[in-house]
Design a binder for this molecule. Structure first.
Ligand code: FAD
Length: 448
C-alpha cells in the first residue's frame, strides 16, 4: 500500500528550488500538492485586493504546470490547521512537508500543526525556502539580532554561501485518486464590480515561468545599469522581481545564484539583503505592521486625521507632481518604483502628518508585492520609528527629488500629466510643523 506525502504550499508558488516538494519527491511515494486560502486563522492578515489578483493568476499558472508534470494542485479554503488535517486524513498521508514562514501567527500555527501531526505518527518536516539565511542564524557577537543593516549584511555575507538552488522536477507522481479541490474561480479573488484590474493585466504576467523569464531578461539587459539608474523611476532599471519573490515564484536562492555570477551585481544583491533584514526584523518583532519598533514614537503627537488629505494622497490628487505620479502608478499597475515609494510615504507621514500605519494599509491593499515584512518595515523606515531607519527629521522634498531623479519629467508626464496643479499643502510650512512635532516628541521622551 502506498503512503502518500502531502506538500503544503504557501508563499512558495513554484516547483523549482522547492525543498518541500523535493523532499516529497525523494520519498518515492505518490504525492498531493495543496494550497490553502486561509482568511480565518487567528492573526493571519487578510490579503489586499491587488495581492488577491496576483494570487489568482499565480495559482492558475501553477495548477496547469503541476498538471503537466503529472499531479494535481488541490485548492482548499478555511482555517489551515483544520484543512491540512482534513486532507492528511483524506489521503492517508504519512508525511507532510512545507517551507517555513516567518510571521508570528504563521509560525505559531505551523508549530502547533507540526506537533499535533507528529503526535499521530505522521512525519513532518519544514525547510528553508524563502530566505537566504534563517533569522536565528545571523547574530551579533553577543548572540542577539542586528538592528542596523550594514553589520547585519556583513555578518550574513560571512556565513556559508546560500545553498545552490534545487533543480525543477521533470515529472510528479500524483496520487491516483486525488482529493476534491475547490474551483479557483469560486474563490472570487478577482475584482468584478468594478473590474479595476485592467492596468494589472497590462503590466504583469504572474507565474513561475514568467518569473524566470523576467529574471533572465533583467540579468542580461538591465543589471549592468542597475547601480547607476536604479533611483530613476522612468529608467526601468530595476528587476521588478518583488512580486515574484513575495509569492515565491522565484526563490531567493535562484535569484542569488544567477545574479552572483554576473559582474557588478553587489548593489542588486544588497537589496536582497534588505529583504532579508526586513524579514529577520519581523521574525524578532512580529507586530511590525501595527507597533512602532522604537516605542518612543508611541508618543508622537499625530494631529487629528483629515480624511480629505488621505483621500487626495490615495488618489494621486495632492497637486505635488511626483507624489501624484507615484500614487497613480500604484493604482494602475499595483507597483511603484522604490524611490517614489519613499517620497510618497514621506509626504504622507511628514507633510500631511498622517500616521504611517494608514499608508501601510493602503499599500497593503494596492501593491501586487504587498509583503508582510517589507511593507511595514519600509514604512517604519521612512517614519523614523523602525530598524536602522532614516532619521525623522530627514524629510524628502518631493520637488527636489523630482529634479534629481526625474530630471526630464518623463515619469511625472507618464503618470500625472492631468493631475491637479494646486498643492493641497505648503511643503515648507508642513515641513516646519513636522519638525516641531518631532521636537515635541523628543522633549516628551526626555522628560518621561
Ligand atoms: P530591485 O531594486 O530590483 O530589488 C531587488 C529585490 O530586492 C526586490 O524585488 C525586493 O525583493 C528586494 N528589495 C529591494 N528594495 C528593498 C527594500 N527597501 N526593502 C526590502 N526589500 C527590498 N517591497 C516589497 O517587496 N513589498 C512591499 O510591500 C514593499 N513595500 C514598500 C513600502 C515602502 C514605503 C517602501 C519605501 C518600500 C517598499 N518595498 C516593498 C521595497 C521596495 O520598494 C521594493 O522591493 C522594490 O521597489 C521592488 O522593485 P524591484 O523588484 O524592481 O526592486
Amino acid at each position: 500500500m502506498s503512503s502518500p506525502s502531502l506538500v503544503w504550499l504557501r508563499d512558495d508558488l513554484r516547483v523549482a528550488d522547492n525543498p518541500a516538494l523535493r523532499a516529497a519527491i525523494d520519498r518515492d511515494e505518490p504525492l498531493v500538492v495543496l494550497y490553502v486560502l486561509d482568511e480565518e486563522s487567528d492573526g493571519i492578515r487578510p490579503l489586499g485586493g491587488a495581492a488577491r489578483w496576483w494570487l489568482h493568476h499565480s495559482l492558475a499558472s501553477l495548477r496547469d504546470h503541476i498538471a503537466d508534470l503529472g499531479a494535481q494542485l488541490i485548492l482548499r479554503r478555511g482555517p489551515a490547521r483544520d484543512v491540512v488535517r482534513g486532507v492528511v486524513d483524506d489521503i492517508g498521508a504519512s508525511a507532510v512537508f512545507w517551507n517555513r514562514r516567518y510571521g508570528g501567527p504563521e509560525r505559531e500555527l505551523d508549530a502547533h500543526l507540526k506537533s499535533s501531526l507528529r503526535e499521530d505518527g505522521i512525519e513532518v518536516a519544514s525547510f528553508a525556502g524563502s530566505l537566504l539565511h534563517e533569522p536565528w542564524t545571523v547574530k551579533t557577537g553577543s548572540g542577539t539580532h542586528f538592528s542596523v543593516f550594514t553589520p547585519f549584511w556583513r555578518a550574513a555575507r560571512a556565513l556559508p554561501a546560500p545553498r545552490a538552488p534545487l533543480p525543477a522536477p521533470r515529472s510528479l507522481d500524483g496520487v491516483s485518486r486525488p482529493p476534491a479541490s475547490d474551483d479557483l474561480d469560486d474563490w472570487q479573488l478577482l475584482p468584478t464590480s468594478p473590474d479595476w484590474a485592467g492596468g494589472l493585466r497590462d503590466t504583469w504576467e504572474p507565474g513561475e515561468q514568467a518569473a524566470r523569464a523576467r529574471l533572465r531578461t533583467f540579468l542580461r539587459e538591465d543589471l549592468g545599469s542597475y547601480d547607476r539608474a536604479r533611483d530613476e523611476p522612468s529608467a526601468g532599471a530595476t528587476s521588478q522581481l518583488s512580486p515574484r519573490l513575495r509569492w515565491g515564484e522565484l526563490s531567493p536562492f535562484t535569484v542569488w545564484h544567477e545574479a552572483v555570477e554576473t559582474e557588478g551585481a553587489a548593489g542588486f544583491l544588497s537589496e536582497l539583503g534588505w529583504r532579508e533584514f526586513a524579514w529577520h526584523t519581523l521574525f524578532h518583532f512580529p507586530d511590525l505592521a501595527t507597533k512602532n519598533l522604537r516605542s518612543e514614537f508611541d508618543a508622537f503627537p499625530w494631529p487629528r486625521l483629515r480624511p480629505s488629505h488621505l483621500r487626495a494622497w490615495e488618489r494621486g490628487e495632492t497637486g505635488i507632481p511626483l507624489v501624484d505620479a507615484g500614487m497613480r502608478e500604484l493604482w494602475r499597475t499595483g507597483y511603484m518604483h522604490n524611490r517614489v515609494r519613499m517620497v510618497t510615504a514621506s509626504f504622507l507621514i511628514k507633510n500631511l502628518m498622517i500616521d504611517w500605519r494608514r499608508g501601510e494599509e493602503w499599500f497593503w491593499d494596492t501593491l501586487v508585492d504587498a509583503d508582510g515584512a517589507n511593507n511595514p518595515f519600509n514604512w517604519q523606515w521612512v517614519a523614523g520609528s523602525g530598524a536602522d531607519a532614516a532619521p525623522y527629521f530627514r524629510i524628502f522634498n518631493p520637488e527636489l527629488q523630482a529634479k534629481k531623479f526625474d530630471q526630464q519629467g518623463l515619469y511625472v508626464s507618464e503618470w500625472a500629466s492631468d493631475a491637479p496643479s494646486d498643492p493641497i499643502v505648503d511643503l515648507g510650512e508642513t515641513r516646519k510643523a513636522a519638525l516641531a512635532a518631532y521636537d515635541e516628541l523628543r522633549r516628551s521622551s526626555r522628560s518621561s
